[in-house]
Design a protein around this ligand. Structure first.
Ligand SMILES: [Fe+2]
Ligand SMILES: [Fe+2]
Length: 409
């Protein structure tokens, strides 16, 4: 029994309300988090994961497990990267292959006669015991499968694991299908952003897709820790993190406005070239100048301010509100908290990633050297609180680095 006996009308009304809330989210990770949270709430499931369908198969894209992962560990798990084939080798693979919802009362009691099989590896590695499973293909109204959501270990009123009920089996897929359109939109938004970055990358080979994905994720995670340290409420954190990841990915998009001879120059810039390069911050901000949304505002702040320094020695300094009227940079410096927080965090994430990466004119630095340099910049180049938050989540930073490696591009 599901201990929350509810009328169908109430359930459907709640689903519609959640779909409305989902429509306000932009970043695919934030959307998956919300979908999983609501589906688990609806079915009292202790854990769950979402796999998104890509060319190579089903990519593990989001996970919750109340029993196993708490705090930083939960964030770290989100950057685990693996893909399973769309086949009967796994439960999610089978659900994607057939488009059918699978209901399993006890994964360990499967007879072996089923067309799919349960992989015990996760349980063996973690000591977790999977029992009931509800695997739901995420199908849009056009019949397109975008992924599979797997809900695990539904709980009864006494908190014991129970099989999924008829209500769960009826309503969770209804919700999943309605949410699939939002997920598809989230994937599309991310892809459009990556394409904008690809344009910048064609101009400047240093700006790889992997670099922007890492900078986006570092920024989102550092922000979360920074905001929690500051006592920001969780709702604001979730919302800001959503936009921040995307906005940080576009930090250097203004490079499309810089001439090829400078951008593609191997080796270091001459002083006059470095001076021209500085304009990429203003060009990037100009792309988002007619801000219509919170995301636009953040994109603008980050593009403009990601080379500012805490001590006021960065660029471009304070600029005219009308970006097309800017003729000169660094006429009036800005520093400290006058630099928007998104830009303060992206500044660190971008420098950290550049130091860790190989560039035409330098090898990748060893990790300790990189961290030493960041710590030396605490209070001069970087906001000290941002450096502290960054140092506190080194596990998560490591997981992000592992997930988005250059070779995968
Ligand atoms: Fe930049
Ligand atoms: Fe960058």
């Amino acid at each position: 029994m599901n201990c929350k006996e509810r009328k169908p009308y109430d359930i459907v009304r709640d689903i519609l309300k959640v779909i409305e809330e989902l429509n306000t989210l932009k970043d695919v990770d934030a959307i998956l988090d919300k979908v999983l949270t609501e589906a688990r709430e609806m079915t009292s499931a202790e854990a769950g994961s979402i796999f998104l369908l890509e060319a190579a198969g089903l990519r593990f894209s989001y996970v919750h497990n109340d029993r196993l992962f708490q705090g930083d560990d939960a964030s770290k798990q989100l950057y685990t990267d693996f893909t399973v084939p769309v086949s009967e080798e796994s439960i999610v693979g089978y659900a994607a292959m057939t488009g059918k919802t699978l209901v399993i009362d006890d994964a360990y009691a499967l007879q072996g006669s089923e067309p799919y099989s349960f992989n015990k590896k996760f349980d063996e590695d973690t000591g977790y015991r999977t029992r009931s499973i509800l695997a739901i293909p995420l199908t849009t109204f056009q019949g397109k499968i975008v992924g599979v959501m797997q809900l695990i270990n539904a709980r009864d009123c006494d908190n014991n694991v129970r099989p999924f009920t008829q209500d769960d089996i009826q309503y969770a897929p209804l919700f999943a299908n309605s949410a699939s359109v939002t997920i598809e939109r989230g994937i599309m938004t991310r892809e459009i952003m990556l394409r904008m970055m690809k344009m910048a990358e064609m101009r400047d080979p240093k700006e790889t897709g992997a670099h922007v994905q890492r900078v986006g994720s570092y920024t989102a995670e550092i922000y979360q820790r920074w905001a929690r340290n500051k006592g920001v409420d969780e709702l604001t954190i979730k919302r800001t993190k959503d936009s921040l990841r995307l906005a940080a990915m576009l930090h250097d998009v203004g490079k499309v406005g810089i001439s090829d001879t400078i951008l593609k120059k191997p080796g270091r810039f001459e002083p006059h070239e470095a001076q021209i390069m500085k304009w990429h911050s203003v060009f990037g901000a100009a792309l988002f100048a007619n801000t219509t949304s919170e995301l636009d505002r953040m994109c603008m702040e980050i593009a403009l301010g990601h080379h500012e320094r805490w001590d006021g020695n960065g660029y471009p300094g304070r600029v005219d509100k009308d970006l097309s009227q800017v003729r000169e940079l660094c006429t009036q410096s800005i520093g400290g908290e006058d630099i928007p927080i998104g830009a303060r965090i992206t500044a660190l994430a971008d420098v950290y990633d550049a130091l860790c990466s190989k560039r035409v004119y330098k090898e990748a630095w060893p990790e300790e050297e990189v961290l030493k340099t960041i710590l030396e910049g605490r209070g001069t180049q970087f906001d000290p609180d941002v450096v502290d938050a960054f140092m506190e989540i080194q596990d998560v930073i490591g997981a992000i680095r592992k997930k988005f490696q250059e070779t995968k591009e």
